[in-house]
Ligand binder design. Sequence first.
Ligand code: HOZ
Length: 429
Amino acid sequence: MDISNSKSLFSRAQLSIPGGVNSPVRAFKSVGGTPLFIKHAKGAYLYDVDGNKYIDYIASWGPMILGHAYEPVVKAIQEQAVFSTSYGAPTELEIKMAELIRSMAPNVDLIRMVSSGTEACMSAVRVARGYTGRNKIIKFEGCYHGHADSFLVKAGSGVATFNIQTVPGVTAGVSNDTLTCAYNDLEAVERLVSENPNEIAAIIIEAVAGNMGCILPKEGFLKGLRKICDDHNIVLIFDEVMTGFRLALGGVQEKLGIDADLVTYGKVIGAGMPVGAFGGKRHIMEMVSPLGNVYQAGTLSGNPIAMIAGYTLLTILKEQPEILAELDAKTLYLKEGLERVLKASGTPYVINHLGSMISVHFSEHPVTDFASAAAANNNLFKKYFHAMLNRGIYLPPSAFESWFLNNALSYEDLNKTIAATEESLKEIL
Ligand code: HOZ
């Protein structure tokens, strides 16, 4: 496969951009090789600057639920853009967006738009601290809630991919206020809470994790967290940046039937435009300025282009619930096909999957937390990644990321992916 144009753009990019990329996981650093520079995308396919076509399993890390350049979304953006790209003043569109999300997501009485998932999680934690008057939070090893200082302790995604133990620039004070324990370990959470009486403001969690591969909460884990939070007046924050409107319209809260106090959203609610939001129960969200004194602000918050893009996508998902069912069926089909060829290859593997999130770990043991994800044969994953890329299948460039399916994928694409896996395994094992 000729990727000479990507190679020369990567060399050029490194002269002006740190590491040549604007977000570390794009750099292919852990899998090796040259990141592909994308020229355009349509439906389920990415096209690089050398004209190569790839079946896309990243979907911009979640939001392209209906595929790339989905026509109603593109048209809505074009129509809105002629009325200006930003006002710094309120619009009716923001109200419609808030009303739409409230109609789909449980426990969202009030919601504030921001510009990214990082900002949403950072703000939600501030609100929880303001509400409880406490400083500490609990997060789970391998969960990633964006790059705000307090979340970079034992984080997943790129922090795990590059094995960064301590992020320079994050002060000891901030780190000390972030307590961590293993995902799915309820006893460890109980221990942290009893060792820090009346000090924990919030527990923040990817209720279905996607930043150490896809990892599912064990039976009773989320329910247990809910009870701990109720018993100790701790704010339970579900980071639904990747799961919201994908696993169900009401995200994990709806899919697994557990209530959160605050919920955060990101790229999905902008159909891939830079946007995020945090929302939740009225008595907590009333802390947010200008209603309360927890200050939070942004010129681009509720940006009209981001709003119309997200409003269009979410409206389609709401009006056509069969879309998520189709997407789930496709993911199950892929899972079964991958299982068939992985089993036949004889290599140990684990496939974790829920709805349209899925990932493959080359492991003999169940992958239920960061330690078990890290213990998998991630060297083999690197080889698998490249063998698949050479066959036109674009997987996340790290074992510590979930794959995201989009509904533009055809069964033919899925069959190609399964066949490519079969061939790749023969090549690399
Ligand atoms: N794990 C990230 C998405 N939640 C990958 C995207 C990025 O960091 O650029």
